[in-house]
Design a protein around this ligand. Structure first.
Ligand code: COA
Ligand code: AMP
Length: 631
C-alpha cells in the first residue's frame, strides 16, 4: 500500500475493487460480488448481494479465531468506582443471552428496539444483541428529556424498549425510569415490553410489561446470529435537524461494517489486541461507531468510560484510563480538552501517568480551535488529529489517515478527504468556487459505504433535506473552503444546527419550544461562541401584545420559566440559559429573521447591515442587548 495520494487515487480509479477488497476484512454469510448498486439514484446501496451478521463479525469471529480471552470491552466508571473487563468470549455469551431475551419477547429481524441507557456495558450488549438477531436498534442519548424520547419512540415504533433505573451524571443520580414512564405516556406508540436494568444507585419500580434485565437474562436461551442482507438496517440514530422533528438516520449493515473495518487500521491505526478509548457517549454517532462497532470489528479493545473529563472526580481520569489500559488512540471532542485545559492548564495530571503507549489523540464533533490544538500537541507530544464527520456519514469524511501516512498539519483543517469522499465547495448557484473561497461543503454522490442510506420511513425528507439543493451532491450543512493544497477547512454550520459541548442541537427545535409559552409572540435562538462549549444557545423573545409585563420581577420570572421549559421538553443538554426579552427581532422586508446577522453581532464580528433590512433601529437595539449595554 502506498501513501495517502496512492490510496485515495486507487479508491477513485477502481471504486468497486477498492471496496470489495475492504469487505474481505469481514466474514460474509454470502460474499458480495458487487460493491455498489447505483441503479436507483439518488438511493445507492452497498454490497447489494452480500449477507452477513455484524454482531458475529464483532464477536464470535474473534472467539473462533482464538481471541476469546482477549479483552473486548473495559468498563471504567469513576462515578460508581467500578472497573470491569469483558473478554471476547464473555461479551459474546452475554450478547447471545440478551439476544435470547429479545427473541423471547417476540423481536425478530427488522423489528426496532429503543435503547435508553447510560454508559454501562449493558448498552453495548443491548446494541449487539439487536444486531445478532437482525433487529434495528435506536439508541437515545440519556441527556434528552421524556418528550424527545417519546418523539423517537413514536417514529421508530419499537417492539421493546431497553432502559435502566438510573444514570449517573457527575455527582447526581438521574432516575431514568420516571423519564421513560413519562415518555410512554406522551407517546402514542405502545412497545410490547420494557427491559429495565436495575442499578444499585436507584431501584426502579417495575410495572406490568416491565422485565428486570438480570432476571430475564438468567432464564433466557442464547440466540445465534441471524444473517441479514448487507443493505438491511443495523440501526436508526436520531439527530437534530433544523426543526424540532429529529431525523432518523438509517445505517445499513454491510457498507457500515466495511467502512468501519477499513477505518480502524487506516485512520485510527488501531489493530487487533490494541486499545482505543473513545470518550463520547453511546447515544451519539461517535459512540456507535468508535466505542462499539469499529473497535470490536477490528478485534481491538474498547474502553467504555462512565464519567466526565473533569469533576469525576478530577482532570486526571482520562490519563489514568489511558495509562491503566495501554490506550493507543484516544478519541474525544475538543470541548473535553478545553475543559481539561481550564482545570489543569499546566497538564500536571497528565504528567502523573505513564502515557508512553498513547500514540494519537483524535478530536471531532466540532471545530478544533487552533489554541486547543496547540495546547494538546504540546502537552502530549503526539499527533493531534482533527477529523470531520457527521451522524449522517457514520465515519470520518476528512481525516489525517494515521495508519497510512500522517500528512503535514495545517491547524484549523482536518486535512484531506478519505477514500470514497469526493468533497467540493459550491456557491449558492451550485458552481464550484475557486480554491480558498468559502461556500457550501458538499460530497459528490454516491456517498461511500458507511454513510446513511435514507431517513427512517422518510425517503422524501432524505431527498429534500440533503440532496435537493444541488443535484448529484449531498449537502453537508457545513460551510468552509478547500485550499490550493486540497486541505478542507470546516468553518461551521450554515443551517439552524449548533454544536454545544460536542452535542448537536437544533436552534429551530428550541424556538418551537419557546414559542409554546403563552406570553411569547415570536422568538429566535442563535448559537454564540463559548470558550468552553464551543457554542451556547442564546434566545430572544418578543412578548405578545397585551401581555402585562409591569409586575416587579416579571422579566426574570419569564426567563426562568422559558429556561425550565426548554430543559423540561428537550433536556438539560440543551444548555439554554440566556434569554433576552426584546421589543422586536431584526427582519428582512420579506419577514425573515436575520439570524446570521444576529450571530455575527453576538460573536463580536463587524457584521454588515443587510440591505434588505426592514428596520435598522431594531438591529441597533439588539446590538446594545448583545453587547450587554442593556438587558
Ligand atoms: N444524562 C443526563 N443529563 C446529562 C447527560 C446525560 N447523559 N449529559 C449531559 N447532561 C446534562 C449535564 O448534567 C448538564 O446539566 P446541568 O445544566 O444541570 O449542569 C447539561 O446536561 C449540559 O451538559 P454538558 O453540555 O455535557 O455540560 P457539562 O458542564 O456537564 O460538561 C463537558 C461539560 C465539556 C465536560 C462535557 O460536555 C463533555 O465532556 N463533553 C464532551 C462531549 C462529547 O463527548 N461529545 C460527543 C461527541 S465526540
Ligand atoms: P454530529 O452529527 O453530532 O456528529 O455533528 C456533526 C457536525 O459537527 C458537523 O456537521 C460539523 O458542524 C461538526 N463537526 C464535527 N467534526 C468537526 C470537525 N472536525 N471540524 C469542524 N466541525 C466539525
Amino acid at each position: 500500500m502506498g501513501g495517502y495520494d496512492e490510496v485515495y487515487a486507487a479508491s477513485v480509479a477502481d471504486r468497486e475493487g477498492f471496496w470489495l477488497a475492504a469487505a474481505e476484512a469481514l466474514d460474509w454469510h454470502r460474499t458480495p460480488t458487487r460493491a455498489l448498486d447505483d441503479g436507483r439514484p439518488p438511493f445507492y446501496r452497498w454490497f447489494p448481494d452480500g449477507e452477513l451478521n455484524v454482531a458475529h463479525n464483532a464477536l464470535d469471529r474473534h472467539v473462533a479465531a482464538g481471541r476469546g480471552e482477549q479483552a473486548a470491552l473495559v468498563y471504567d466508571s469513576p462515578v460508581t468506582g467500578t472497573r470491569l473487563t469483558y473478554t471476547y468470549a464473555r461479551l459474546t455469551q452475554e450478547v447471545a443471552a440478551f439476544a435470547g431475551v429479545l427473541r423471547g419477547l417476540g423481536v425478530v429481524a427488522g423489528d426496532r428496539v429503543v435503547v435508553y441507557l447510560p454508559m454501562v456495558p449493558e448498552a453495548v450488549i443491548a446494541m449487539l444483541a439487536c444486531a445478532r438477531i437482525g433487529a434495528v436498534h435506536s439508541v437515545v442519548f440519556g441527556g434528552f428529556a421524556a418528550n424527545e424520547l417519546a418523539v423517537r419512540i413514536d417514529d421508530a415504533t419499537p417492539k421493546v424498549v431497553v432502559s435502566a433505573s438510573c444514570g449517573i451524571e457527575g455527582k447526581r443520580v438521574i432516575e431514568y425510569k420516571p423519564l421513560l414512564d413519562r415518555a410512554l405516556e406522551l407517546a402514542t406508540h405502545r412497545p410490547g415490553n420494557c427491559v429495565i436494568l436495575q442499578r444499585p444507585q436507584a431501584k426502579a419500580t417495575l410495572g406490568p410489561g416491565d422485565l428486570d434485565w438480570a432476571e430475564a437474562v438468567a432464564s433466557a436461551a442464547p440466540a445465534d446470529p441471524v444473517p441479514v442482507k448487507s443493505t438491511d438496517p443495523l440501526y436508526v440514530l436520531y439527530t437534530s435537524g433544523t426543526t424540532g422533528k429529529p431525523k432518523g438516520v438509517v445505517r445499513d449493515s454491510g457498507g457500515y461494517a466495511t467502512a468501519l473495518a477499513w477505518s480502524m487500521p487506516n485512520v485510527y491505526d488501531v489493530g487487533p489486541g490494541q486499545t482505543i478509548f473513545t470518550a463520547s457517549d453511546v447515544g451519539w454517532v461517535v459512540g456507535h461507531s468508535y466505542i462499539v462497532y469499529a473497535p470490536l470489528l477490528a478485534g481491538a479493545t474498547t474502553v467504555l468510560y462512565e464519567g466526565k473529563p473533569v469533576g469525576t472526580p478530577d482532570a486526571g481520569q482520562f490519563w489514568r484510563v489511558c495509562a491503566e489500559n495501554g490506550v493507543r488512540s484516544l478519541f474525544t471532542a475538543p470541548t473535553a480538552f478545553r475543559a481539561l485545559r481550564k482545570e489543569d492548564p499546566e497538564g500536571e495530571y497528565a504528567r502523573q501517568h505513564d502515557l508512553s503507549g498513547l500514540r494519537y489523540l483524535f478530536l471531532a464533533g466540532e471545530r478544533l480551535d487552533p489554541e486547543t490544538y496547540h495546547w494538546a500537541s504540546e502537552l502530549l507530544e503526539i499527533p493531534v488529529i482533527d477529523h470531520w464527520w457527521q451522524t449522517e456519514t457514520g465515519w470520518p469524511i476528512v481525516a489525517d489517515p494515521a495508519g497510512i501516512e500522517l500528512l503535514p498539519v495545517k491547524p484549523g483543517s482536518p486535512t484531506k478527504p478519505l477514500p470514497g469522499w469526493d468533497i467540493r465547495v459550491l456557491d449558492a448557484n451550485g458552481a464550484q468556487v475557486p480554491a480558498g473561497q468559502d461556500g457550501a461543503i458538499v460530497a459528490k454522490l454516491p456517498l461511500p459505504p458507511g454513510a446513511f442510506s435514507t431517513l427512517w420511513n422518510d425517503d422524501g425528507r432524505f431527498v429534500d433535506s440533503y440532496l435537493a439543493a444541488f443535484e448529484g451532491y449531498y449537502l453537508t450543512g457545513d460551510g468552509g473552503r478547500i485550499d490550493e493544497d486540497g486541505y478542507v477547512f470546516v468553518m461551521g454550520r450554515t443551517d439552524d444546527v449548533i454544536n454545544v459541548a460536542g452535542h448537536r442541537l437544533s436552534t429551530g427545535g428550541m424556538e418551537e419550544i419557546l414559542a409554546m409559552h403563552p406570553d411569547v409572540a415570536e422568538c429566535a435562538v442563535i448559537g454564540v461562541a463559548d470558550a468552553l462549549k464551543g457554542q451556547l444557545p442564546r434566545g430572544f423573545v418578543v412578548l405578545k401584545a397585551g401581555v402585562d409585563d409591569s409586575a416587579e420581577g416579571y422579566g426574570a420570572g419569564l426567563r426562568k420559566e422559558l429556561v425550565a421549559l426548554v430543559r423540561d421538553r428537550l433536556g438539560a443538554v440543551a444548555s439554554l440559559k440566556e434569554i433576552d426579552i426584546v421589543p422586536a427581532l431584526p427582519k428582512t422586508r420579506s419577514g425573515k429573521i436575520l439570524r446570521k446577522t444576529m450571530r455575527g453581532i453576538a460573536d463580536g464580528l463587524d457584521e454588515p447591515v443587510p440591505s434588505t433590512i426592514e428596520d435598522r433601529s431594531v438591529l441597533d437595539a439588539l446590538r446594545a442587548v448583545l453587547r450587554g449595554d442593556t438587558r
